[in-house]
Design a protein around this ligand. Structure first.
Ligand code: UD1
Length: 422
């Protein structure tokens, strides 16, 4: 298992190109199942989660070719041969459940394993199930698998989600694209990845409106065609690298970034005394005068502060001036980075969904362990600001969501390297 060694203390200066969004791409890839014609995705990120989704689609008989060093994915679902998403793949990556809606819509049936325990909380699937049932699917849980059928095809309906789930919104919109009649999804998720999915579906011939608002309407069509679509910028990778100069000092330009992708997060950085400005090429982030200020943060659905940036913000707050409170409202059990940061000298107390961080002048390097994707990158960020060497092990979590993290940071002057072990 590879590990990453960070030697803290270097200021960062330079540019970091931001890749296409992992979470958008993981929803766009299953959209191939909706059409017999090819779907081409450009600006795809090169990540292990993307390979996992490719494997899953191939297990249904879809063809997936990775071109231009993985930045272009050519997908074709002309002939599908299977509809079962196996536990072995689903347990690796919860987003595998995004094949449920498209398979049901195209094939009239799907068998998808439940993801099982997840490091950051229970993450049930009730909203996916009730949404698809409202469209006419019959879904049963047997042997750990959801067995879904739509014997009379899918039919449009009015659905109101009790929570604006990203994944359930994606599954319902994809299924509704081929259903008969109109679907209105109320309390829909508004994340930029949903907007990106709808743009792609529309290029495939779907009739959808209201994306980016909390009410999405879908007029079902008989068939979808092929399309080429460029994946939206990864706002979580963007926010992660915005924290890097904020924590280590210096000035970095994040190429491809814009404030509209992270409105609440940019406001919070400003409140913490970090300078963020829009440039023609992206976002420039600078910290010049001393420590960041402690701020309070509450995670919320878009356009609120993203849960996927909570761990990285906590790393910044570890060396901020004052006491900050971070409240996690989206996932239970999403403070697993706190004990690891504490090993580096951070002062953090966790009570339920709240973490209170008392900033210290300096963190100290230590051997730490990654527990999930965003937790692992928060340890690397903390290492940039720590005295001495931080060794982050179990970085396979990191490789699920960040391409070339050590290359991108070292190009800006960070002292970071990967130790490969077979
Ligand atoms: C997506 C993102 C993930 C991000 C999350 C919240 C992808 C691949 N992953 O995950 O990185 O952290 O959005 O922004 O896009 N819930 C239910 N029932 C359901 C579905 C969800 O109760 O049927 C709950 C979950 O347990 C969780 C909350 O809703 O507490 C948010 O989940 P959801 O928005 O569905 O997140 P994902 O789509 O899984």
């Amino acid at each position: 298992m590879d590990s990453i060694i960070v030697t803290g203390g270097a200021e960062l200066r330079g540019q970091i190109p931001i890749a296409g969004a992992k979470n958008a791409c993981l929803a766009l890839m299953p959209a191939t199942l909706l059409s017999e014609e090819p779907l081409t995705l450009t600006n795809a990120p090169r990540l292990s989660d993307i390979k996992t989704m490719a494997q899953l689609l191939q297990s249904f008989g879809a063809e997936v070719a990775s071109l231009h060093d993985g930045q272009v994915l050519s997908l074709s679902s002309h002939d599908l041969t299977g509809v079962t998403a196996d536990y072995d793949i689903v347990r690796k990556m919860r987003a595998s459940n995004l094949v449920l809606g498209p398979l049901l819509a195209r094939e009239g049936r799907a068998v998808v394993s439940l993801p099982g325990g997840c490091a950051i909380g229970a993450r049930p699937m009730d909203l996916h199930i009730s949404g698809l049932e409202a469209l006419g699917a019959e879904i049963e849980l047997r042997d750990g698998y959801l067995h879904a059928v739509a014997p009379r095809g899918l039919k449009g309906a009015v659905i109101e989600q009790r929570f604006a789930s990203v994944g359930a919104t994606e599954n319902i919109v994809m299924a509704a694209a081929l259903a008969k009649g109109t679907t209105v999804l109320k309390n829909a998720a508004r994340e930029p990845e949903i907007v990106d999915l709808v743009k792609c579906l529309r290029a495939m011939g779907a009739e959808i409106g209201g994306e980016g608002t909390s009410e999405i309407s879908v007029q079902g069509v008989d068939r979808l065609r092929g399309a080429t679509h460029s994946v939206v910028t990864d706002r979580i990778e963007l926010g992660t690298y915005m924290i890097a100069p904020a924590i280590a000092g210096g000035e970095v330009e994040l190429l491809g970034g814009h404030i509209g992708l992270l409105p609440a997060f940019c406001e919070k950085l400003d409140e913490a005394g970090i300078h963020v400005s829009q440039t023609p090429a992206g976002l420039k982030v600078a910290r010049s005068n001393g420590r960041a200020r402690a701020i309070n943060v509450r995670t919320e659905v878009f356009p609120g502060f993203p849960t996927d940036l909570q761990a990285q913000m906590m790393a910044l707050m570890c060396t901020a001036d004052g006491v900050s409170v971070l409240e996690e409202t989206i996932f239970e059990n999403r403070f697993m980075h706190a004990p690891e940061l504490t090993r580096m000298g951070a002062q953090i107390e966790v009570h339920g969904g709240h973490a209170t961080v008392t900033g210290v002048e300096r963190l100290k390097g230590a051997p730490v362990m990654a527990t999930d994707l965003r937790a692992s990158v928060s340890l690397i960020l903390a290492g940039l600001a720590a005295e001495g060497e931080t060794v982050v092990s179990r970085v396979y979590h990191l490789d699920r969501g960040y391409e070339r993290v050590e290359g991108k940071l070292s190009a800006c002057g960070a002292r970071i390297e990967r130790i490969r072990t077979e």
